[in-house]
Design a protein around this ligand. Structure first.
Ligand SMILES: [Mn+2]
Length: 368
């Protein structure tokens, strides 16, 4: 009668072996317990260079300094830098430390709020072994937050790549050589960050599958594409428009007007996303029908218009966007969130999306 059981268990054990490297990163991750009053900022992909023209970080350096120094540090946040903080494919470490040394001091100050950790990415993998590196004592391969009985794995995400040079430090060293000494003089621009949408999608999909199997939430960076509850901006807009259309028939006239306004704003936003489709990697369809909210991505800190980041505050998780309010257009959020201006800096923060971790894990356990 029970004949079916061992068979299905076999299938299970086969499928967990599909991602041995991710499994190892989960097992060996540094454990950190989160409490109801914990506050954590997760930032990734700063790609700091030497401050010159080819340094993609340069344009947002002031913003990063201001948000860390005047907001997250006094607000008592701990800090996780989730990989690709230095751009070692293009610049030697010494030139980066020389230019951005004051930021290293600032990062380390977050230890007094609780903790400061830095995971390695493919562009800064060398630093795992580098003893003379200013942040050496904070370097990790991955870390895991314990939230009650639940686990949130924080890793850069390149480990899910099938490309050897993105995954293994030894292979990447020859790539570093290629990029620094050959690609640079010849003028191949952004060779290393030219992620096409198929590759991004493959990485997101592996981490999505793995997280669902392990019944954990993963927080990644690497692809530079923000994800909240496994949804990209395009997915999110589609879902929200769908929800609003459903709410419309039963709404009163005042609410209907509000819904109409929201939908037309989101349609414009969506059209803009499709127009920029190639660049942002439109590929979607991680899911058959139901979305399991198991993957979050902090995006990156080298955006032309601003920076995305993830915040955990007690039982809440948020995707936030920081930008220069004097230069960028006013940012609209469907959630009626007002931007918060940071004193007189001209920089603003807006919450793009927020949910409770209890909701996230309930949904994960019900659906995965
Ligand atoms: Mn990366």
């Amino acid at each position: 009668m029970l004949r079916g059981r061992p068979y299905s268990r076999n299938i299970m054990s086969l499928s967990t072996k599909k991602h041995p490297q991710l499994e190892r990163l989960l097992q060996q991750a540094k454990p950190v317990t989160l409490g109801q009053s914990s506050k954590v900022l997760i930032l990734s992909d700063l790609h700091m260079g030497n401050g010159g023209r080819r340094d993609d970080f340069r344009r947002n350096a002031e913003l990063v300094k201001a948000m860390l120094e005047s907001y997250y540090l006094p607000e008592k946040y701990s800090l996780v830098l989730n990989g690709d903080i230095e751009e070692l494919f293009k610049f030697p470490l010494e030139s980066i430390v020389e230019k951005w040394g004051y930021l290293y001091d600032l990062f380390l100050k977050f230890e007094r709020n609780g903790f400061f950790w830095k995971t390695y990415g493919n562009h800064d993998a060398e630093l795992l072994e580098e003893k003379a590196y200013p942040l050496a004592s904070s370097m990790l391969k991955s870390l895991k937050f314990h939230y009650g009985d639940e686990t949130i794995l924080v890793l850069h995400g390149h480990q899910a790549s099938v490309l050897l040079w993105e995954t293994y430090p030894i292979v990447s060293r020859s790539v570093v050589f290629f990029l620094r000494y050959i690609a640079k003089p010849v003028g191949i621009r952004n060779f290393s960050t030219a992620y096409n949408s198929r590759r991004r999608f493959a990485i997101e999909k592996s981490i999505y599958e793995f997280s669902n199997q392990a019944k954990i939430v993963s927080i990644i960076g690497h692809t530079h594409r923000p994800l909240f509850e496994s949804l990209s901006k395009v997915d999110f807009l589609n879902f929200r428009i769908e929800e609003l259309c459903r709410a419309y028939p039963t709404a009163d006239s005042e609410k209907r007007a509000a819904i109409e306004k929201k939908i037309s704003a989101m349609k414009i936003e969506l059209a803009t996303c499709y127009k920029r489709g190639k660049k942002i990697g439109l590929r979607s369809g991680l899911y058959n029908s139901l979305t399991i909210p198991s993957v979050f991505n902090s995006g990156c800190a080298i955006g032309k218009r601003g920076i995305t980041a993830l915040e955990i505050e007690g039982n809440k998780i948020r995707l936030v966007y920081w930008y220069n309010g004097k230069q960028s257009r006013k940012f609209t959020s469907d959630r009626d969130n007002r931007p918060m201006e940071l004193d007189s800096t001209g920089f603003s923060r807006i919450v793009l999306n927020e949910d409770s971790l209890d909701y996230v894990f309930s949904r994960l356990h019900l659906l995965a």
